[in-house]
Write a protein that binds this ligand. Structure first.
Ligand SMILES: Cc1ncc(COP(=O)(O)O)c(C=O)c1O
Length: 389
């Protein structure tokens, strides 16, 4: 998701072409802390003369994240983006040259990270209830496939939804294949496990700092290997001994991260209140829709919904005419993204169905509750128009 195409940076009551007294509802407004909340820390960075390379602000940010998760700080690695973090995690845990199983229903960042880590993405379908990979299906594919050597499985937590950790830990134990979680939007559901997981701190996430992310490793030694990978694979003598890239999180953004942790509980409460407002309004509306399992009471940065009625493209256009900005988050699915069409994929009907139906509605800490009522009333109106065509 991008914040670029949004002209209005506030939700304002006003006339939208053809729709009197309507709202203009942007897709997203970032909830980064106000400048005065992090100003002092930025001054500290400036005065210290240490701007990057595992400085004190990054260490403090990682410690605070680790404390929140109840894990050793060695296991938490701040990174310059979730994409870079996933790449480094794959470099650290997966053997080069194999396939990387992942859902077709994801952001291009997931296969892009696999490619950067020397792996060939292999797209599988997702389950209709969870919108995630199904461990039984993945295990069957691995056992039946003679052609592919599977070096890793990357699960994707769709829009921050919870994943079934015990089931996937058991999968990893049984198959011996490393399992990583692309939980880019999952800061609110991030938890300790024996899987390697990656979250994004992009400005458009519920917990945002601008650009950034973090990896949670299953143990200290994996954490150290991932950290090395974020610094060109260099050891303490500054000699590159393993594959890596530059994926370090700098001191300024770590400072903003510390400030964002200070304000997170307020942001989270505001997002959850708005997510519940969608839930109530949608259930009252009588609209026919689907949401993935494990996403209620999660503070994330869009309200994804699969609606019956018009195709997602037409739905978004009809919403835009009413001043509501929505988005097809993952387009037609990664198996149809030009740069990944050559990757193995044996048909993904659920992904195709979701791609045709799922739209992300505006959800952020400052979207007014009345705007949410308005969005749902627009969906109802569009649904009625569709039925009477
Ligand atoms: C599933 C998924 N993975 C990775 C990313 C990329 O995150 P980042 O922008 O921090 O690299 C996104 C971005 O929204 C995403 O949705």
């Amino acid at each position: 998701m991008s914040i670029l195409p949004m002209p209005a940076l506030e939700v304002a009551a006003g006339a939208v072409s053809g729709v009197p007294s309507a709202w203009t509802v942007p897709l997203f407004i970032p909830s980064l802390p106000a400048f005065d909340v992090y100003q002092q820390r930025l001054q500290q960075v400036s005065a210290s003369g240490t701007f990057t390379n595992f400085g004190p602000m990054l260490r403090a940010f990682e410690m605070a994240l680790a404390e929140g998760l109840g894990v050793s700080p060695t296991r938490v690695v701040g990174v310059s983006s979730a994409t870079a973090g996933l790449t480094c995690a794959l470099l650290a845990v997966a053997e080069r040259g194999g396939h990387c199983i992942m859902p077709a229903w994801t952001h291009s960042a997931t296969p892009s990270a696999a490619r950067r880590a020397g792996l060939e993405p292999w797209f599988l379908d997702v389950d209709l209830e969870t919108w995630q990979l199904d461990p039984t299906d993945v295990e069957e594919r691995i056992s039946l496939s003679e052609a592919a050597r599977v070096a890793a499985v990357v699960l994707v937590s769709p829009f921050g939804a919870r994943i079934d950790v015990p089931e996937w830990e058991a999968f990893a134990d049984r198959t011996g294949v490393p399992v990583l979680v692309d939980a880019a939007a999952g800061f609110d559901t991030w938890q300790d496990s024996r899987l390697t997981s990656v979250v994004s701190f992009h400005a458009t996430k519920g917990f945002g700092i601008g650009e950034g992310g973090a990896v949670l490793a299953p143990d200290d030694s994996t954490g150290l290997r991932i950290r090395m990978a974020t610094s060109l694979g260099m050891d303490s003598n500054r000699v590159a001994v393993v594959d890596g890239m530059n994926a370090k999180l700098d001191e300024f953004r770590s400072a903003i991260g510390l400030a964002a942790l200070d304000t997170w509980q307020d942001v989270r409460a505001a997002i959850l209140e708005r997510s519940r407002a969608y839930f109530v309004a949608l259930h009252r509306s009588g609209l026919s829709f689907r949401r993935p399992y494990g996403l209620e009471d999660v503070a994330n940065s869009t309200y994804p919904i699969a609606l019956s009625g018009p195709h997602a493209v037409d739905m978004i256009e009809a919403l835009a005419q009413r001043g509501v900005h929505a988005r097809r988050w993952w387009g037609d699915g990664c198996h149809r993204v030009p740069v990944f069409v050559s990757c193995p994929c044996e048909g993904v009907p659920v992904t195709d169905a979701l791609a045709a139906r799922v739209i992300g509605l505006p959800l952020y800490a400052t979207v007014p509750l009345a705007a949410i009522e308005y969005v749902v009333s627009c969906l109802e109106e569009i649904g009625r128009e569709y039925e009477h065509r």
